[in-house]
Design a protein around this ligand. Sequence first.
Ligand SMILES: [Zn+2]
Length: 328
Amino acid sequence: MSLAAILGHERAVRVLRGMVRLDRIASAYLFSGPAQTGKKLAALSFAKAVNCMDDSPSRDDSCDRCLSCHKVDALTHPDMRIITAEEGMIKIEQIREIEDFLSLTPIEWRAKVLIVDDADRLNLAAANAFLKTLEEPPAGSVIILLSAFEESLLDTIRSRCVIINFTPLSLKAGRAVLRSLGRDIGDAHLRLSMGSIGPMLSDEVVSRRNRDFAIFEGLISGQKLTQWKEKEEMGQWFESALVFLRDMLCLKTAPEAVFLINSDKKRQLSDLSKTIDAKTLVEVYEKISGLMNYFIFNINRSIVINYIQAMLESSFTQHPSGAKKNRG
Ligand SMILES: [Zn+2]
C-alpha cells in the first residue's frame, strides 16, 4: 500500500510525503497513537516510499510496482527489519542484533529501515543500549518506533525522534477501511471499536461488551456475582464500565446525544442515568478509574468486586427497571 492509500491519517501522511519529496528523511521517527490504527502499515508504506526505485523528480510516494516495493510488501527485503516484543518485552539481545544489522551497508537500498513495534516494551537495559544507536545512528539508517504508550518511553529516546501522531480512526475513516477490505459491520460494532481496526474485524468486542454490561447492570441491582475469572477480564470490565459511565454522562448533558459509543444500549443507559445525579456519576467514574491504577499490583479480585458492588449499589438509587431498591 502506498502512503496515499492510507485512510484516516491525512495529516501524518501529508508530513511523511513531504519529507520523501524533499528528500529530508530523519534518522529516527516515533509513530505514536492508539493500537491498531494503522501505524505499522504507515511505517511499511513510508519505508517503501523512501526506498522506491522510481527516480521521477518530486516523487513523494512509492510506485508499488518496482522490485523494492514488492519486497517490502512481501516483508522479504534484506535491508528492512521489524522487531517486536518477545514474551512481552524487547530484550537487549534483540537490540544487539539490530545494531549489527544497522552497521552494515545497505545491500540493495538507499537506507536500512528498522521498525520497532511496541517500542514502549523495551526493557531498561535494552532502552539504554538502543539510546546509543539513536544518538549516533549509522549513516543511511532510518529507525521507526511504533508505540501506543508514548509516555512509557524514556524521554531521552523520545526527544531523538521526529514524532508523527496517529489518532483513532473516525467513524467515516473506519467505514472506508472496512470497505477497502470488503467488510461491513453494524454501527454499534463500529463505535465500540473506538477507531481501532482490530476490534472492527472481530465480533469479540460486541460479545465482551454485552457480558460486561450484564455484569454492570447486575452489580447495580444487587445481584450476587461470582468474581472475574482472570485479572485481564477484570481490567476489561473496568474499561467497559468507564465507557458506560461516559455514555450516561453524555445522555445526562445532551439527551439527544448522537456520539454515544454504546449506541445500541441507549435505552438501557438512559434509564440507568435517570437513577443517578451527574455529580455522583462523575465521582463513580473517578473512583473506578482511580482503582485501575492499582491493577499493576496483585490485587484481590473478590475484594474489588465487593467494593464495586457496594459503591454502585449506593450510587444508583433505583433498579434499572424503575422499582425502588430493597435496602433492607
Ligand atoms: Zn517502487
